[in-house]
Write a protein that binds this ligand. Structure first.
Ligand SMILES: [Ca+2]
Ligand SMILES: [Ca+2]
Length: 141
């Protein structure tokens, strides 16, 4: 489901609804979460701390799109502004509570990189790793 909210959204939160369409809201006007002392789930943005966070820049820096629930996503279905969707722009990630697989092609194709909960990293090329600015889809399961 394509996001049809504000034209620019630096922090977008998406609920994966299994086999139903995914739904997103823009959190740009939300307050930072007060709970900032949860170890690896620490973050500095209005997403829930346990969400899967995908960042457009390395080192866990904004813009951010975050996800919760279970199901799959094509990054091109979500956009941060009228000119830029999320396909092939992800540079870092934080898994929060979630685990699943990142993919370099849409529809869960191409190179597959497994991720587990409680980790964060930059995307970079390698065996079973999705390159920087190449994430096109993923699945939480
Ligand atoms: Ca990037
Ligand atoms: Ca790609």
């Amino acid at each position: 489901m394509r996001y049809t909210g504000p034209a620019t959204c630096r922090v977008l939160r998406v609920h994966l609804n299994g086999t139903q369409p995914n739904t997103g809201i823009c959190l740009d006007d939300s307050q930072e979460r007060a709970t900032r002392s949860v170890g690896p789930y620490f973050n500095d943005n209005p997403c829930q701390s346990g969400d899967l966070h995908i960042y457009a820049n390395a080192g866990l820096t904004t813009p951010i799109i975050c996800f919760y629930g279970s199901g799959s996503v094509n990054m091109a279905d979500w956009r941060m502004n009228p000119f830029q969707d999320w396909n092939n722009v992800a540079s870092s990630w934080l898994s929060g509570w979630w685990s699943g697989d990142f993919y370099s092609y849409p529809n869960l194709g191409g190179t597959k990189q497994h991720f587990i909960s409680g980790y964060a990293d930059n995307f970079s090329c390698g065996t079973n790793r999705v390159c920087n600015d190449d994430l096109s889809s993923f699945e939480i399961h």
